[in-house]
Design a protein around this ligand. Sequence first.
Ligand code: SAH
Length: 389
Amino acid sequence: MIRLELKAGREESLRRRPPWVFSGAIASESGDGSDGVAEVVDAAGNLLGRGAYSPRSQIIARVWIFDARLPDRALFRERFEAARRLRAGVLPPETTGFRALNSEGDLCPGVLLDVFGETAVLDLTTEGTVRWRAELEAAAREVFSPERLIVRESGSERDRGVRASSRGEAEPQLALFLENGLRFFADTPRGQKTGFFLDQRDNRSRLRALARGMSVLDLFSYSGAFSVAALAGGARCAVDVDSSERALVLAREARRLNGFDDDERDFVRADVFEDVRRRVAAGESWDVVVCDPPAFAKKRGDLRRAARGYQDVNRLAMTLVAPGGWLLTCSCSGLVTPDLFQKIVFSASLEAGRSFALVARQGAGADHPISLDCPEGEYLKGFWLRRET
Ligand code: SAH
């Protein structure tokens, strides 16, 4: 265990419980951090908390407990049990794919667990939690009893410049699960994130509820889950656009799996920016456009360029929406606040010369809780815009 002593006055923020300790707040370090455990003390030596140590990260420690207890398997089990009880109360019926552990939102900073039917994917997102792998893995097996547990170490990628590894015992495999009665595959472990974007479940069900008879264009479709939800709601047609061939293979598979056609024309491999420019030039018009790009801003320095990217893609997408039609526009950049995103989207509508009503704001579902202590955990914004003129 390494002991991190904070500079005078820097304990205040930790007293208010955001569980992050920034490297700039450290006055001195002593001891050995090879077990991944950090003890945080104030300038007078009083214990503030204990957590996971990530020496190469700007967030050098993420506190798991604000007293002298050690983060060990018993603590992990307690936290995991509480997370499990929450899900039992909030998941919709016929849904076997869900986020079982949501990092700070479940008092488990640096740990994600997504369950896809019989398979669970544990993602250790910080160097500290990568070091706790054995105990976290054991606790996850005890509490969630998955048939297969795949472990990703995306924290090694971020903190050490090494590619994410998955040393699960299993070969890459598609994991079948249900979302609101629809069948999907998660591409574990080689897909994006843990293999499926569970955070969009509520937006997919909203789309399903309004899609009857409509044409749907799904930009940045990944495995096409929005289109499948739309078709289940009676959409007339749905087209997926993504730059990844693998994603479109999964998208075709998802259509077949749910009894829909998988016509070649409904899957377009292209850069979305180029594809929508072509569609605008061709004068296309769609009843619903879904725009769910990857995070354009990963760090603060990206913000300006990211804002421009969001504004461009939204302007183009808005131009494609028929009168009375819908745009579901999303941003999963935590750095882009809901306020900022709304301003960006407003500017896009000015540039497009179209006016839209903001009908609903819908982020991630209740299986993605956010700690009030750590609002940074709220990253997904989804705005439902209806074209007025
Ligand atoms: N809407 C999806 C998740 C989207 S993730 C869902 O609900 O499952 C973002 C997707 O955008 C990824 O599949 C990635 O391959 C794709 N992508 C990233 N940049 C792109 C670009 N410039 N053009 C097309 N697709 C892109």
